[in-house]
Design a protein around this ligand. Sequence first.
Ligand code: GLU
Length: 319
Amino acid sequence: MELRQDVRPACGRLAPSPTGGLHLGHARSFLIAWLASRRDGGTVVMRIEDLDSSRARPEAAAAALVDLKWLGLDWDEGPDVGGPRGPYVQSRRSAIYDEALARLKAADLVYPCTCTRADVERAASAPHAEDEGPTYPGVCAGRSASDALALGDRPFGWRFRVPKRLVEWDDLVLGPRVLDPSRSGGDFLVGRNGRGVSYQLAVTVDDALMGVARVVRGDDLVASTPRQILLYRALGWTPPRFGHVPLAIGPDGRRLAKRDDSIKLATLRERGVDPRRLIGELARSLGLARARVASSPVDWIDAFDLAKLPRQPWTAPRF
Ligand code: GLU
């Protein structure tokens, strides 16, 4: 199978993980990602990131689409509308991911790691700021890809060897960034033997093959960006532009969490909240209007400017 990068100008994506209802913070990040593409006439791809089989729920995937449509967002390709670069659901793309992993093995850029199983399992979900683990101490780093044969039945994961070098990118929101992934996180997991790949590899492969030129997402994924840039390079692809949106916090000053029902889009919808009021509040929070004007996402396309996005966290109001 050939894995060819597709590059489409200004193409963006919405990539919800169906692990619980979307909340106001997601609504704001997705609105920004959508406006950032639409502003420049780009295509928007919808992709369901359900690789974490212990947490993903099929009904949550359908609910995410309903929530985002309710807000007035749309997409040109996705699980419900189809498109030439599908499937748009990660659990149905395993043959593609296996091929990417095979390429990394063939180039000896990954090695088999027999460290704890829990560590390996965790790799399926996107590591948000609070669950960044300690730096991998390199216990299995002396192995090469071909040493996997000698491991027999022992379970293991595939770890990507991170070069000791700084990784730089010019963030669409935060400006120039430099991180050293060999010091924060170190060699990271890209797959589990015979049981699929990790978030880092899947998201890289999907964005590359789906032609995504702009990855706009929450800033709790900043630490993942240098890892993904390394994977792009390892697979012979050009990294997209990345933009990280400051996080949303609740009135209690804590990061919005999926467990809090009061800020869930489904709850607001069921309570009869007008989505146009919500979009008006989000537009105000993006500096697009002084007052809350009942509106739809399309109303803000012309005024939107990613470079002018406020860089401080956003405190979600009550609706
Ligand atoms: N599906 C991931 C999440 O909801 C987002 C991954 C990404 O935007 O790269 O956490």
